[in-house]
Design a protein around this ligand. Sequence first.
Ligand SMILES: *[C@@H]1O[C@H](CO)[C@@H](O)[C@H](O)[C@H]1NC(C)=O
Ligand SMILES: *[C@@H]1O[C@H](CO)[C@@H](O)[C@H](O)[C@H]1NC(C)=O
Length: 200
Amino acid sequence: MQLHQCLHALGMALPLFTPAALGELVPWPVTGLETWQPSGRPGSNPDWYIHANITNPDPTQSEQDPSIAEGNVYCQIVWLYPDVPYNQISECEIVDTTSPTPWAWTVELLEADDADPYPTTNFDLRWRAASTVSNSTEEEVRIWTGIGQFEVAKNLQGTCAASGFCTFWLKAESTPVPVDVTSISCRGTVDEALHGLNCD
Ligand SMILES: *[C@@H]1O[C@H](CO)[C@@H](O)[C@H](O)[C@H]1NC(C)=O
Ligand SMILES: *[C@@H]1O[C@H](CO)[C@@H](O)[C@H](O)[C@H]1NC(C)=O
């Protein structure tokens, strides 16, 4: 059944890609993404996962100010069948950053808005980033957010092994996948803002 769904996804038609309106912020580059659907065989690891990396993303970076900090935002979404964690928000790890500003990032798995959503072959990811420098004189928290769409036949390729597992990753010609960024303001704490609470 799972393998069938997987193969079905592989043969899926290509829907039209409609990027969000471009602001003046530089898109975040998704440089690495890997999904895993386990074989379900006894004794094998039952975890499903999505791992995604955005490299060198300064959320405030604009076309006018192309200064860039190095670093990697490493997000891992892990679950057990059948509890697909749609709309659950998890924290990402910040690796090897040279940014002078401390950033916190979250990622949220979204169900693809079409006929064939599937959490490892046709899904969206919403990232949120905020500076963790707190400012008690301000009630407004500014966050940066963007949604990437990931889909077999568009920007993912992969394979299902005879033993039953399926794995998908970014097509070389689609890498990096640009994610359009918008800036929004929220009321409350940075942590609340990173969970999308009280935002405009
Ligand atoms: C993401 O980055 C981490 C940390 O640098 C690395 O271990 C991992 O292999 C990367 N994964 C992908 C899918 O690019
Ligand atoms: C805190 O907020 C004040 C008033 O908006 C601003 O002038 C100041 O630069 C902020 N400080 C930090 C560290 O963001």
